[in-house]
Design a protein around this ligand. Structure first.
Ligand code: FAD
Ligand code: NAI
Length: 472
């Protein structure tokens, strides 16, 4: 397979979940592979400053919250917790260190060469990484994404007053008052962490609902749940400016539709209004590769770009900015380069918000399903089952949430599944698998589910599609 006119068969730019997985898969398939990464450690956003450290803080703060706010006492365990934030950060850093080091080990094991430094194209088969010039027959762009800036609100993670998600992971003390700009995934996850640890959290969201992209019922329920947890929600509101004086930020807010401005002071502001693809400084002009209006690199279904020999995957291409989507694209792309048939089913990519309860979904929202049926509501059927009626959730004192299944009326084929409950992120895998196998709601309803588990709510929601749920 090796083409000796190049240094490598495959060079991957970026070692996030898209890039490192693509590199390992390519090497497994017998291709001589290198991966360029400018960070000090491998693993990209996900392992260094994203999925993993945020989950470490979410998990630890859940324990604190359960101890501090009566959930443990309810179960007969009386404790008065003291927050050791330094240790909480230390266990987070430890998790990151272990996992990023693990990727380095996997690179060595699979003989993937790590080229340390920022990569820039010289031509479609040549990349400069630091002082080194590397040639490859195939180059995969997996450069990921970074925080979208908000004009007028300058992030300074070192000062720790106006921060982005990276700064919000590292706060040295619990803020008294934290304003979260953007009620999306990062805002709610990081807002939850600091809310649990004692901060007053105010979420300012431009739209009239939280969590864009999720099913409307889920979004409405999310507002109720986060309010109940003590967050203040300022929906349909925009931030128009921010000034910082010492340790205090003053934000100017306005109704999204325009109107009277007001000022809000806080000792911490989190900017979490989305992420944008990393394509600057890559030298795309040099190889004549254009980005779309959103700065993303467009690809064919097999992840090849408009430039021969150049491929792209992960957060820098269209689709949800999720680690598992990037990983699956990495595998498929490497397989396509090796002459196999790598496919990603972009219709079935689960999404999870790791708050408590968790919010998870896969497939179409009810609104999208109706739209797909030409606006005819009768063409879909919906089954819903509340977690209040699930014996395990009720026993565990976890009453919040529901499972909702959307099926095509005529064929009964499942089009979308939405779950809110404490283990929704784990539960959604069975829904994705069922949908991948083309399941009907009846298939799920007649699959035996262990009792007592939260997953029985999926079975019951499937039964509810036919109006035959047992426990409601
Ligand atoms: P990235 O992980 O961004 O990796 C790209 C890498 O390329 C980076 O390390 C960068 O340094 C490197 N790079 C860029 N340009 C160059 C260059 N020119 N030369 C050399 N190297 C370069 N997703 C989930 O699915 N679940 C979660 O729970 C989750 N939590 C998140 C929490 C936070 C706080 C954040 C910020 C994100 C979270 N995400 C989560 C999103 C997830 O991190 C991304 O979708 C995922 O990391 C994308 O992978 P990627 O490989 O495309 O890019
Ligand atoms: P997001 O797109 O999830 O949410 C951004 C929110 O900010 C939206 O609700 C949007 O309406 C709002 N917004 C935009 N401009 C605004 C403004 N000027 N004022 C007020 N609100 C404004 O983006 P987020 O939370 O920054 O996350 C970025 C990406 O990272 C997401 O695409 C997500 O997929 C990924 N991620 C995934 C996680 C997971 O899978 N659990 C966790 C964290 C991030």
């Amino acid at each position: 397979m090796a083409d000796h006119s190049y240094d490598y068969d495959v060079l991957v730019i970026g070692a996030g979940p898209g890039g490192y997985v693509a590199a390992i898969r390519a090497a497994q398939l017998g291709l001589k592979t290198a991966c360029a990464e400018s960070r000090e450690t491998l693993g990209g956003t996900c392992l260094n400053v994203g999925c993993i450290p945020s989950k470490a803080m979410l998990h630890a703060s859940e324990f604190y919250d359960a101890a501090a706010n009566g959930a443990m006492a309810e179960m007969g365990i009386d404790v008065k917790p003291t927050l050791n934030l330094e240790q909480m950060h230390a266990q987070r850093r430890d998790a990151v260190k272990g996992l990023t080091g693990g990727i380095e080990f996997l690179f060595k094991k699979n003989k993937v060469d790590w080229k340390k430094g920022h990569a820039t194209f010289q031509d479609a088969h040549t990349v400069k990484v630091g002082d080194e010039t590397v040639t490859a027959k195939n180059i995969i762009i997996a450069t990921g994404s970074s925080v979208t800036p908000l004009p007028g609100v300058e992030v300074d993670n070192d000062a720790g007053v106006v921060v982005d998600s990276t700064g919000a992971l590292e706060l040295p003390a619990v803020p008294k008052k934290m304003v979260v700009i953007g009620g999306g995934v990062i805002g709610l996850e990081m807002g939850s962490v600091w809310n649990r640890l004692g901060a007053e959290v105010i979420v300012v969201e431009y739209l009239d609902k939280l969590l864009p992209g999720m099913d409307d019922d889920v979004r409405k329920e999310a507002a109720k749940i986060f309010k109940k947890q003590g967050m203040e929600l300022r929906l349909s509101t925009k931030v128009t400016g921010c000034s910082v004086d010492g340790k205090t930020a003053s934000l100017t807010l306005e109704p999204a539709a325009g109107g009277e401005a007001e000022t809000l002071e806080a000792d911490c502001v989190l900017v979490s209004i989305g992420r944008r693809p990393n394509t600057d400084g890559l030298g795309l002009d040099t190889i004549g590769l254009e980005t779309n209006k959103r700065g993303q690199i467009e690809t064919e279904q097999d992840f090849r770009t408009a430039v021969d020999g150049v491929w792209a995957i992960g957060d820098c291409v269209p689709g949800p900015m999720l680690a598992h989507k990037a990983e699956d694209e990495g595998i498929a792309c490497a397989e396509n380069i090796a002459g196999q048939t790598g496919i990603v089913n972009h219709d079935i990519i689960p999404g999870v918000v790791y708050t408590l309860p968790e919010f998870a979904g896969v497939g179409l929202t009810q609104e999208e399903a109706i739209e797909k049926m030409g606006g005819d509501k009768a063409k879909i059927k919906v089954g819903k089952f509340p977690m209040m009626a699930n014996s395990r959730a009720k026993t565990n004192h976890e009453p919040d949430g529901f499972v909702k299944i959307i099926a095509e009326a005529e064929s009964d084929r499942v089009l979308g599944v939405w779950c809110i409950n404490n283990v929704a992120g784990t539960m959604i895998a069975q829904a994705a698998q069922a949908m991948e196998f083309g399941a009907t709601s009846e298939d799920i309803a007649y699959t035996c589910h262990a009792h007592p588990t939260h997953s029985e709510a999926i079975k019951e929601a499937a039964m509810a599609v036919q109006g035959k749920a047992i426990h409601v």
